[in-house]
Design a protein around this ligand. Sequence first.
Ligand SMILES: Cc1ncc(C[n+]2csc(CCOP(=O)(O)OP(=O)(O)O)c2C)c(N)n1
Ligand SMILES: [Mg+2]
Length: 349
Amino acid sequence: MPEHDMLQIINEQGEVVQSDLLPDSDTLVRLYRAMRRIRFFDERAVVLHRQGRMGVYPPFGGMEASQAGTALALTHADWLLPTYRDSGAALTYGLPIAQTILYWRTSPHGWAMPEGLKVLPFYIPIATQYPHAVGCALAEKMQGTRNVALAYIGDGGSSEGDFHEALNFAGALEAPCVFVLQNNGWAISVPTATQTKAVNLSRRAEGYGIPGVRVDGNDIVAVYHVTREAVERARAGGGPTLIETVTYRVKPHTVSDDPARYRTEDLTREWLTRDPVARLRTYLSNQGLWSDELEDTLRKEIGDEFEAAVTEADGYPEPTPSEIVDHVFAEPTPQLREQRQQLLEEYGA
Ligand SMILES: Cc1ncc(C[n+]2csc(CCOP(=O)(O)OP(=O)(O)O)c2C)c(N)n1
Ligand SMILES: [Mg+2]
């Protein structure tokens, strides 16, 4: 079992262990629906990949609480900086499904975020989003708004220099940032214990003079609670917070990874018993707040929404090889012009 030096409100069996922190019924149902919706996306995305209708895709299944619970604590005036792992967070925040599919189809139509939506494109280079988040947050602060920037990172990413520079910078300048560190146990084939000697990653916050919180990352109620507190503190001028969501990558690193080459699945099976979606469903059902009928209706609703989005995404033209360099700079550099020419010669228009 995970160590209990972290906040938990609903345990693995779907029982309330911290009743004073339980939100109202409507909120609980809203949290559940959000997790169900993104799990559906994640499962379907893998199917689309198998059908050759999606590129390389990094699944987040099993981490729905960590992603939806944090994203739901924001408003559309706040910034969201997701990594490749965080399609679920971006979808929950409001990134359209079709756009998300197009991104993972490597279509340039999926690269530019919709006008006015404060989500940055999925970050692939590890940890670069952290200094950017401080920049977004400081810009809001200088403009006198109460808006915040929330950025995700993995356990592996938290070993990078950018992570530490960003936390120091944000602390010193009291930037309204929420740093979400999703500790899912793995950085591709490297377990967290090999990555670092630190056992409690939230305590890294102390080194930068900012609050650090550790939460059961498979308990959406607890994740939502601590993220709202961090967002409120940042809005009120209290500066940044580091939140470590303790979870597990039960899925492969990406759809092209084979975890059998570097781990046995005993631990995965253990973590599957802590599933975030099943846990909240058990609680809601026991309270009479959820039923099989409601589940069927929700699945139908989500399925229809997803199918409409796939149709929309299918309506966009296939990307051409040369487009890969078309959107790097407004004015391409001589090197990019040369590369574009080479791509055209090699692959055709
Ligand atoms: C700067 C940089 N170095 C290395 C990589 C290769 N890489 C891709 S994913 C990954 C592991 C990251 O693990 P973690 O931060 O725990 O995130 P997770 O995949 O578990 O969500 C690495 C090293 C990269 N994308 N960017
Ligand atoms: Mg990881």
